[in-house]
Design a binder for this molecule. Structure first.
Ligand SMILES: [Mg+2]
Length: 235
């Protein structure tokens, strides 16, 4: 069974979404969210954990909020902060405060693959829950039905070939029957080392690739999903 495995940011949609939409929204919404939900069973333990890590009194919401905002500014990877951001994004998505963007050419191709019976799986460093929110609340509506399954770093880091072998096994196929799509070379290198086919998505104006990499692309390269080799690969 041949299948597609795809990255999200920089591949299916703009790489700037997380940086320019999600993180600023979470920072702006955090003080109000903490005040409103501090007693919620899902939120209270996270605030207590954050207070403990910051060494401030757990009952002092202003101080806890200040520490959380400092961590956001410092881009600190603090577990309770990440969990709170996830809850804030969930509320933001459900309230319609923002939507995700999937590139139109990607959407066309996802629909064509689905019509052709090619299963498409997602592999992203965002949690499976975050992936569900992303695809459930796009400008084009709920797109979750276009995917056969979702993988996150629970399968391992994206730069580790072992992760791609584990995902192939979980899908019930062999690496040679999977095509991995990404904008980042270290991820593509890992997938290729595991035996997957690869296509490097290089979006004009949304890529970190340098001129030398573009002159000698180490993976088959495509500027849009319509250029991904197919039906040759699927035949
Ligand atoms: Mg990416």
């Amino acid at each position: 069974m041949r299948a597609v495995l795809t990255d999200i940011e920089g591949t299916l949609g703009p790489v700037a979404f997380v940086r320019e939409v999600l993180f600023p929204y979470a920072a702006a919404a955090l003080p109000r969210f903490v005040r409103r939900h501090s007693k919620d069973p899902e939120v209270a333990p996270l605030l207590a954990e954050a207070a403990g890590l910051a060494g401030v009194p757990a009952g002092d919401l202003d101080q806890v909020t200040g520490c959380l905002l400092d961590w956001i500014s410092a881009d600190a990877k603090v577990t309770p902060l990440k969990a709170l951001q996830g809850l804030i994004w969930e509320e933001g998505y459900r309230g319609g405060h923002f939507r995700s963007e999937v590139y139109p050419d990607a959407l066309d191709r996802l629909r064509a693959w689905q019509a052709a019976g090619v299963p498409v799986y997602v592999y992203s460093s965002g949690s499976i829950r975050a992936q569900g929110l992303y695809f459930g609340h796009s400008f084009d509506g709920d797109l979750r039905g276009l995917f056969a399954g979702f993988f996150d770093t629970g399968s391992g880091p994206k730069q580790d070939p072992g992760s791609y072998r584990r995902i192939a096994a979980a899908i019930g196929t062999v690496p040679g029957d999977l095509m991995f799509l990404s904008d980042l070379l270290p991820e593509l290198d890992a997938a290729a080392a595991a035996g997957l086919h690869t296509t490097w998505l290089v979006r004009p104006g949304d890529t970190t690739a340098d001129a030398e990499q573009l002159r000698r692309p180490p993976h088959p390269i495509a500027q849009t999903f319509s250029k991904i080799p197919w039906p040759a690969w699927v035949a």
